[in-house]
Design a protein around this ligand. Sequence first.
Ligand code: PLP
Length: 448
Amino acid sequence: MAQATVRADETNVFPRFLDLAYPSMVRGQGVWLETVGGERILDACSGGAMVACLGHGLSEIAAAAASQAEQLSYFYNHHFTSGPQEQLADRVIELIPEMARVKFATGGSEANETAVRLARTYHVDRGQRDRWRIISPAQAYHGSTLGTLALSGRKRSLQDPYTEYMPAYLHIPPSTQRFDPTGQAALDALDRALKEAGSQTVSAFFCEPVSAAALPGYSPPDRFWSGLAERREKHGFVVVFDEIVTGMGRTGSWLAAHQLPIEPDIVTIGKGLGAGYWPLAAVLCREHVYDALAEGSGEFDLGHTWDGAPLPSAVGLAVLDYIVRHKLVDRVRERGPRLRDQFAAAIKGSDIVGEVRGRGFLLGVSLVDPRDGLSFLPHELDVATMVDDIGFECGLLVSSTHSTPDGFAGDEVLLAPAFTSTDAELEQMVERFGQAIEAVEKAVKKKL
Ligand code: PLP
């Protein structure tokens, strides 16, 4: 039998953390993952990165991928287009009709880098070459490439030691309950950033409409979004939404933007578009953005090898067909609020639980110091890792983050089940999560 766990000193793989033993997984079916030892883990986070929105091992999607791979798997989109790419773009625009064009990419970081270049090209093609700066909320995650790392303002937990490579973007603090419940402080910070940068140099405001890993399930108050729209109107920058996680149904609408009082100019989607069956992402833009390039330089050239290739496009098409046919976005919208209440009820009374928040099947739990029920937990305890480890011992996959050093958020737990999870499976997730948090609370109190 293959090894149950693999440590850094036992493998040729360069692991993410060099001091961990990684459990080896062999199979997935629906919301269940199986280790080589036959242990079954209930997946409450769509593979851990909010990707597998249709669950694991769906033969219909695998068959669509196999059939396209046999017919025509790959060519470079510099030379050709194909039925699958054209149909997938049509489908995306059908579902998100306020957008006019779709440019495919392979992953979230690539899509976000492309969105940064698209915003910049939009301004250059309209004769506004001075516009290049980006303003964004500090507590965010937009990817791990050097360009996308610069989009977050998490100097200590993400950017160090790479800050020297990064453009000087400007950041505003998140308008969370803790810092800015009305959203006004964030708007004031945005005004200061616009003044500091010189608003005529600002290309885009770049953000997650509902945050994922960096501040799970959080979205600023409506006041912030309408204030952002007013400032866009006044100052002429574009608004880019990173919907790599939230796109294609995760929050109960095709885009999270559909629930907010603002329409972005450019949107990136990913994760659930390929649903874990093939890496796939895309950049969408509204007509005026496309028109600026069509009437300007007439090109938007740089791209990536796999952009819009037949195989990923066929997978995306099969995924969207499945979501539509099974009315999964409706299911997420209708079931989401009760799921949030169920998770909240299961951990109610725990001294380490702060807020339980989120939309649809993108939920977050913030953890607090039990000594005052308010402060972030001490960084050195690394309670996020404790939650993941104890969760795993309870047979549950959740994903926790730990960005305390930047001061905007403490330890947070992310819950993002597959849209296809049955009621019974969701209830089992809730129950196991309740057990895990109880065990974590005990462990934390012992250490404090
Ligand atoms: N944007 C958001 C909101 C994400 O959560 C992630 C990844 O988790 C990314 C972008 C980056 O995507 P990728 O890892 O595919 O490059």
